[in-house]
Write a protein that binds this ligand. Structure first.
Ligand code: SUG
Length: 464
């Protein structure tokens, strides 16, 4: 890490690691890829190696990357609401009597860490602290069960980071449904300057709310209040109900931003193009005279359906260490519809009026088949130099280094299965495999993955 000149803010990008139970059982009905691939065979080993490729690409661009490990699956506390006995017996009973429940309990969905939390840098918070609110992911059972462990692991990771607060998930009992940073964007001239926070929601309790809307405005407002963001720095944008119904289950399926750049589909928000004027106006009030680059993609150039299938907007746009931005897109952008979406990206990259200088296409097919592209697999945390140094030097070993990546790769190569049908999650050996993997990662990353994990009633026992 370069020496501290002054305390500037830069993002740390956390990448979520798929776990050994990564499989396709179509658990998210509003997610086109998840539904289409239901019942297909998966390759958890390849999924995790593809995640590491993403980490290596980020570090090659000079970005500080870090790893968020998988969670223990199947999630036994969920199964224990229905079945009793020892771990193996509970899993076997669930496999016989409640396949759907077992599939939910076995999802490796914690890999999509854009849904782990929402982060606000200290510069934007009233108390000057870095805030993270763990998402409650209340909409889907298979995701709801992530929140408790995510909160525990994030708390351990940030324990040594000065001036940081990791909040517990919002109360779903109060009607707050929160899907984390997948529905949040921060616009600013540079990471170091005040940000305009765009909170995107699908439901505000009106009758025309789509049934599948995942984020409530009440949750977005609660995150804004908890983080101490001023009114001038917050905008609440309603998703276009029509696009939610076409498979835009999170904002990051139809928009992506970085610093002063926003790449967005014209149909993303209620009010369509008027919504862009609202964003421009709020940004101009906060940063008079500073340029905001909005690149709006029209329906005639790329339809919402094409955007959903290629995951064009689920790219990452990142600031390279030496200046300029890079775009990291899923390989499907190039492969589907005769490369039409890739041509749009090439034009954007070649244009001189925006900061994107280079494009990278990455093969994340294993995750993509469950609707998780490059943007879903990352959690961005804007941190000061002091905070980044504390993270790198803290008790937890999460910041990507050659040694950490080789260690994780070794665990993946040694223990992850290469073929998994959804019915395989009923084999207790898979649970033991997951215990073993987390035990190894716990030692390597110095995180409480098994100790204290929800679901470890009997699982602290030695590995099989
Ligand atoms: O919540 N897929 C995830 C994908 C999350 C993508 N994240 C962002 N857009 N940020 C979801 O729908 C599918 C699991 C399955 O079918 O087994 C799933 O949960």
């Amino acid at each position: 890490m370069s020496p501290i000149v002054n305390d500037s803010i830069q993002e740390v990008i956390f990448v979520g690691m798929p776990g050994p139970t990564h499989h396709y059982s179509g658990l998210s009905v509003d997610n086109v890829a998840s539904s289409i691939n239901r019942g297909n065979i998966s390759n958890p080993r390849q999924a995790a190696l593809q995640g590491l490729d993403l980490v290596r690409l980020l570090t090659s661009l000079g970005i500080t990357a870090a790893i968020l490990p998988p969670q223990l699956r199947p999630h036994l506390p969920l199964l224990r609401y229905h079945f009793s006995g020892n771990d193996e017996s509970v899993i076997l009973q669930a496999a016989r009597k409640s396949e759907g429940l077992l599939e939910s309990a076995s999802s490796s969905s914690a890999m999509w860490v854009a849904n782990a939390a929402t982060a606000t840098p200290g510069i934007d918070a009233k108390d000057g602290k870095l805030h993270l609110t763990t998402a409650n992911l209340f909409t889907n059972v298979h995701r709801r069960i992530e929140a408790e462990d995510t909160h525990r692991v994030l708390s351990a990771i940030f324990a040594d980071v000065p001036d940081s607060i990791v909040h517990a998930p919002l109360s779903a009992a109060a009607g707050l449904k929160d899907e984390g940073a997948a529905n949040h964007m921060r616009l600013s001239p540079s990471q170091d300057e005040l940000g305009l926070h765009i909170f995107v929601y699908g439901s505000d309790g009106r009758s025309r709310d789509p049934e599948t809307a995942r984020q409530t405005i009440s949750a977005s407002r609660a995150v804004k209040a908890l983080h101490g963001i001023s009114d001038a720095q917050a905008l609440f944008m309603r998703q276009n109900p029509a696009v939610i119904e076409q498979g835009v289950f999170h904002n990051d399926v139809i928009a992506v931003s970085n610093e002063n750049l926003l790449l967005v589909h014209e149909k993303a928000y209620d009010g369509e193009s008027h919504s862009m004027e609202v964003i421009e106006h709020a940004y101009a009030e906060l940063h008079p005279g500073r340029k905001l680059n909005i690149i709006m993609i029209g329906e005639k150039d790329l339809s919402v359906s094409e955007a959903v299938h290629t995951y064009f907007f689920n790219s990452q746009i990142v600031s390279k260490r030496g200046g300029g931005m890079a775009l990291i897109a899923p390989i499907e952008v190039k492969e589907l519809y005769g490369g039409k979406a890739a041509s749009i990206m090439e034009r954007i990259c070649a244009a001189r009026d925006n900061p994107i200088e280079e494009m990278h296409f990455i093969d994340l097919r294993q995750s993509m088949r469950n609707g998780g592209g490059p943007a879903c697999l990352r959690m961005r945390v804007p941190m000061t130099d002091v905070q980044r140094l504390a993270l790198a030097g803290g008790a937890a070993n999460v910041v990507a280094s050659d040694a950490l990546l080789e260690g994780i790769e070794g665990i993946i190569e040694s223990f992850y299965p290469e073929r998994l049908y959804p019915s395989d999650v009923g084999n207790p050996d898979l649970y033991h495999c997951c215990q073993h993997v987390l035990g190894e990662m716990e030692k390597l990353m110095r995180l409480p993955l098994l100790s204290g994990a929800s679901g470890t009633l009997a699982s602290a026992a030695p590995m099989a």
